[in-house]
Structure formats: structure tokens, C-alpha cells
Design a protein around this ligand. Sequence first.
Ligand code: TTP
Ligand code: MG
Ligand code: MG
Length: 436
Amino acid sequence: MPVNASGQGFCRDCLALQRAETRRCTACGSPRLLRHPELYSLAIAHIDCDAFYAAVEKRDNPTLKDKPVIIGGGKRGVVSTACYIARINGVRSAMPMFKALEACPEAVVIKPDMEKYVRVGREVRAMMQALTPLVEPVSIDEAFLDLSGTERLHGQPPALVLARFARSVEKEIGISVSAGLSYCKFLAKIASDFRKPRGFSVIGREEAVGFLAEQPVTMIWGVGKAFAATLERDGLRTIGQLQKIDQSDLMRRYGTMGNRLFYLSRGQDERRVSPDHEAKSVSAETTFDTDLAATGDLVPVLRALSEKVSLRLKKAGIAGRTVVLKLKTQDFKTRTRNRQLADPTRLADRIFQTGLQMLSKETDGTRYRLLGIGVSDLSDDGKADPPDLVDQQARKRALAEGAIDSLRDKFGRKAVETGYTFGKGRNAHPPEPLDD
Ligand code: TTP
Ligand code: MG
Ligand code: MG
């Protein structure tokens, strides 16, 4: 019998194929059977660890196994996460700690150990990357995987690869995950959340529209509390109601979000799973022909390098919150200085101004052979550079930079030079490529 005969499911515990419509595995007796008519033709998965921080702490201290555990406290005094036992009592993420303890007074509270969670998150990710190069991390404990075309590599369809993966994570790392399998990211993510913990849900093409019709609008990616309230005012609560509205109508009412409502409500999501190359920082540096000490010589170089960094951030749609200045002295000693900003930035001017403040403390006559500038603490640029209401000058410079960018888009990079780089010779435009 071929592995992917339709209607044929398998056991999530021992992975044995199930022929008959039995309720328990014919090989091991487990009730955790998975059957679905499209089980072997779906390849987009979302995997999310169960009660992640709490699961790691329980793994490391077995006496906590059957106790309600809350991870949180610290500065903000809120719950980061709670194990599923504590959730039965009503404890939820982001709840103030005092409320959580009212709901579940016997809970064991543990302060988060971020370093440890990052380490475990990386281990899980490495196991994902062994399945397919197309892993797109979403957060510390979850990722999308595109397993299409991996059947030959694994000798198994994606559904079985995922079940085996969930089993291996439990055995090798000691925590559990939930998986969702579908034909697009939107539904894979919904599916992974469906039967937590240790869940595995499948949403196929046939059932997608009918399934979505019953769900609340908040299930749509990007519909938060505020937008849900707007929809509610317009009498829209379920995705089924959205399915009955024309695209042009939705767009007229809700702009680009209306477009998203139109497609996602119908189970149409073309977003690809795109692997993150996990850049930790974006920087540019240059080594001088002759060592430099004077502020007047260093500043134009700093400006040109800041623009280089900014250009790369803008192209990648990312921003950085920490600005890092690097200097190498004549005798090859490296000095790095960094400063954290209130918000992530991708603007050359902010990077430059911050770098300049740090540089001014280092121009004490020391001769430098290298200057570099960069940003770390990277994130996508959604929250970057909010209009600065306090510093009007910064706001004007940001507007000017937008204008310069669009001129450069039209006429090329050299079309516009700022006062700092203009006519400053070859140090001002570091030779390409820059070593990062
Ligand atoms: P989630 O995957 O959202 O939650 P979870 O893994 O704890 O539980 P679930 O089984 O429902 O997936 O978040 C992953 C981790 O991120 C979580 O363990 C703790 C942290 N976190 C916070 O610190 N604050 C929050 O508000 C949320 C939602 C998560
Ligand atoms: Mg999780
Ligand atoms: Mg998560």
C-alpha cells in the first residue's frame, strides 16, 4: 500500500500507518491517530512550542512536573507564560502577577531566564533546519516550514516528517510542540494553535472556506482589538460575514486592510515561507590610507558609512535599535562604543548623529586606522523612527532624508550629496566592497 493512499492515517506516537477506521493504533494502542483526506498533499507547516518558558523550567526541575508554574515577575510584574495546569485556573500571558496569584495561589513563580530560553529555542530551530532549508522563524518558539519537495529527501510526506519531528523534540530536547499543516501560512498558523498542547491539526483546501466561515474575525492576521472593534461596529463578527462582501467594498471601507480581509477570509494567502538569514547587525567600516586623528577628517567618513548602513537597512526593510561605533587605533587596538536609542532606526541621519556623539569623545588626538559604524538589535522596520515630537530638528532631517532617498532612487546614488560628504575626497566614499 502506498504511503500516501488517501484516507490512510498514521499514529502520532509510533508513526505506524493505519489502514482501518479504528479509534486506537493497531500497532501500539495509542489514541493519537491522525487522519485527513488531504493529509499527504499538504506541505506548509507552522510549529509552536507549548508553554515554552514554563516547559523549559519543568524539564530542568522534574519536581515541578505536576504543579502549576508561572514564569514572570521581574520589572514589569506580569506573567510571561504559564504552564497548562496553571492555565486551567485562568492564568494567562500578560496578566498582572497579583491577579495570576489570586487565580492560582498555589502556583510556583519562576523568574525568566532568557539566555536559557534563547538557547533552547535555537536547538529547536536547528532541528527544523535539518528538515528543510525553508524555515522562517516567527518568534523564539515558533516558525513556519515549507516542506514541499522534501518527500524524496525524507522518503516520507511532510505530515509524517512533522509527526516524527514533534516526537524527536520531546525525546531530544524534553519539551513539546504543536504543529499545524495546511497549504498556506495563514491556515498553518491557525492549525498549530488549534489543539495545544501536543497538537497536530490539518486544514485542507476543501474545508478551508467552510472552516473559516465559523471563526471570529480576530483570527485574521493583523486584526487586533482596535480593528476588531471597528468591524464590530460595522456588524462584522465572523469571517463568514466577510466572505460575503466584495473586494472593492472591503477596500473602500478598510483600505489595504480590506484587501487582506478579502483574501484571507477566503483562505487565499500567497505569502511564501522565507528563511531568515538572522543578520545580527548591519555595519560598514573602512580602513584609511593614512591614519587620521582630526574630527574634520573623520566626520565625513562617518557620514558616508552611516548612509551605506542606512541604505542596506532600507533595502532589507529592517531597523536597528543600538548604534555601534568601532575604531581601530594606529597600534591595532579596537575600541567599540554603543548607544541604545528609544526606537529602532534605519535613518542615516540618526545613525550618523548618534555615532557622532560617541566619536566626539574619542577624538582626543589618537590616530585611527579604521572607522566603522553599524546597528544591532535588529527588527523589522514597522516601529522604526516614529515622528519625534520633542526634537523638531530631527524630524526635519528625517523628512529631508526621505526626499534625498527619492531623488537618489530617480537619479542614482551620487545625485545628492550632503554637506558632510560633499567634496571630501576619496575617504568620504569608502571603496567597495566594505568589509563588515
Ligand atoms: P507563545 O508561543 O505565545 O506562548 P507559550 O509558548 O508560552 O504557550 P502556547 O502553548 O500557547 O504556545 O509565546 C512563547 C513564549 O514567549 C512564552 O513561553 C513566553 C513568552 N511570552 C511573553 O513573555 N509574554 C507574552 O505576552 C507572550 C504571549 C509570550
Ligand atoms: Mg508557544
Ligand atoms: Mg509562539
